[in-house]
Design a binder for this molecule. Structure first.
Ligand SMILES: [Zn+2]
Ligand SMILES: [Zn+2]
Length: 94
């Protein structure tokens, strides 16, 4: 099975949007848009970081929106590229 993902069309950008569930192309498109991805053409997208001018994503990490590198802050995990804040989980499941 091929998992559908969204990748950034910008040169050198490593951003990728990996859905938590494979719900089809249309649902993926919507979910990506919610976290900041913008569609350029039918098969081309720009990641949240490049859209807001903070890209390109050069290092992969755990950002749920762009898969960019994140750093820990008191209130959660922050993407150094698209600035998405992921609050720390209530209980540590890792
Ligand atoms: Zn990008
Ligand atoms: Zn990000």
């Amino acid at each position: 099975m091929i998992r559908t993902v969204v990748t950034c069309d910008r040169d050198a950008c490593q951003a990728i949007y990996l859905p938590t569930a494979d719900a089809g192309a249309e649902a993926l498109e919507q979910a990506a848009r919610v976290v900041g991805w913008r569609r350029q053409t039918t098969h081309s997208h720009t990641c949240p970081a490049c859209t807001t001018g903070t890209g390109p994503v050069l290092e992969r990490g755990e950002c749920p929106a762009c898969s960019g590198r994140t750093y820990d802050r008191a209130d959660g995990m922050v993407c150094q590229y698209c600035q998405t804040l992921t609050p720390h989980p209530a209980d540590d499941w890792s």
